[in-house]
Design a binder for this molecule. Structure first.
Ligand code: NAP
Ligand code: GDD
Length: 333
């Protein structure tokens, strides 16, 4: 019998890569999307004939329960969230409802229908916040610095709690930042790659950014979804840190991105206090040793290649906008 997967947040960056991976592995893939006035299927358009889509929302307990009962998944990947840290100060309640309580709603739905379903929770390095040790590992205490980080810590502990209370196969992947050409435009890496391409093509002259000194452990999203899948294939449910073990400044990303198109970043970057956060996470650096040893997982794409891939993608995409008469058939990035 084919494995049946259900992915919440399938329209997002990770959801699209995970759907591709599970289809390659022969899974039946079901995805959840929420109703919006304009459709949000851009990242999965190329998969729509292979994936069954269901309209639901992490705010709606009854719809989740009905969905689990109908689809009868063997694995559930909870990737849905209000995932932008910056917005979580503007919408702390909504962030708590979706990113935090949404996890409990889904766990409850699974518990009501079938406790043998395997559950993956998209936990986050943002939970480490004001870090208590460097590098951060599975045992490092959490000290979240944003409403988003607090909501993720709650969701993570509920996942652990359902595992311990009901013997469910539920685990949290503590993923450090991962990026791709499919990253949302509000996140700093994609904001930069998009702006660099616009500047190169003469469509803009500057990009306004906040804190260039913040450091992140950045990897490629396509590599990270494999770790999610691996966690659900183990004999026992365990939480893992997933990251590269390297950290770079936002300023390093900026510099490499501008170098890629032969421009000087100092001529185009404007520091704007509007993009500083009320409380910053200054430094994230993963120790992924446990995942390497037990899951045999290692990240494949190095940092410079990630930056260059994102810039090249935005350059190609925006060149088509600048020259619409050029008819180029592109595979989805
Ligand atoms: P993303 O691109 O922002 O995708 C988030 C997904 O959640 C979208 O499909 C979105 O739907 C959906 N969603 C939002 N609110 C919802 C609601 N109320 N009900 C149902 N679905 C809802 O995020 P991502 O980068 O793929 O990240 C995937 C998950 O991993 C998130 O939980 C994120 O917090 C977590 N995470 C990400 C990273 C990272 O660096 N990317 C690191 C650690 C953890 P729409 O398309 O309709 O907006
Ligand atoms: N977004 C943004 N925009 N960030 C900026 C800017 C800007 O103009 N200028 C500087 N930054 C800095 C932020 O202050 C932060 O320190 C860093 O760039 C990264 O910001 P984001 O790309 O928005 O990501 P994040 O680290 O806050 O959160 C991402 O990673 C988490 C895992 O650690 C998201 O994907 C979360 O969903 C994820 O959990």
């Amino acid at each position: 019998m084919a494995n049946i997967s259900l992915i919440t947040g399938i329209t997002g960056q990770d959801g699209s890569y995970l759907a591709e991976l599970l289809l390659e592995k022969g899974y039946q893939v079901h995805g959840c999307y929420r109703r919006t006035s304009t459709n949000s299927f851009q990242r999965i358009e190329h998969l729509l004939d292979q994936v069954e889509m269901h309209c639901t929302d992490l705010m709606d307990q009854a719809s989740l329960e009905r969905l689990i009962a109908k689809v009868k998944p063997t694995e559930v990947y909870n990737l849905a969230a209000q995932s932008f840290v910056g917005s979580s100060w503007d919408q702390p309640i909504l962030t708590g409802e979706v990113t935090g309580l949404g996890v409990t709603r889904l766990l409850e739905a699974i518990r009501m229908v079938d406790t043998s379903i395997r559950f993956y929770q998209a936990s986050s390095s943002e939970m480490y916040g004001k870090v208590h040790e460097t590098p951060q590992r599975e045992t490092t205490p959490f000290h979240p610095r944003s409403p988003y980080g607090v909501a993720k810590a709650y969701g993570h502990w509920m996942t652990v709690n359902y595992r311990e209370s009901y013997d469910m196969f539920a685990c949290g992947g503590i993923l450090f930042n991962h990026e791709s050409p499919r990253r949302g435009l509000e996140f700093v890496t994609r904001k930069i790659s998009d702006a660099v391409a616009r500047i190169k093509l003469g469509m803009a002259n500057e990009v306004r950014l906040g804190n260039l000194e913040a450091r992140r452990d950045w990897g490629f999203a396509g590599d990270y979804v494999e770790a999610m899948w691996l966690m659900l294939q183990q004999d026992a449910p365990v939480d893992y840190v997933i990251g590269t073990g390297e950290t770079y400044r936002v300023g390093d990303f900026v510099q490499i991105a501008f170098e890629r198109v032969g421009l000087n970043w100092e001529d185009h970057v404007v520091i704007d206090p509007k993009f500083y956060r009320p409380a910053e996470v200054d430094l994230l650096l993963a120790d992924p040793a446990k995942a390497q040893a037990e899951l045999n997982w290692t990240p494949k794409m190095p940092f410079r290649e990630l930056v260059e891939t994102m810039v090249d993608h935005d350059l190609a995409r925006l060149s088509l906008v600048a020259k619409p008469d050029l008819k180029v058939v592109r595979k989805s990035a």
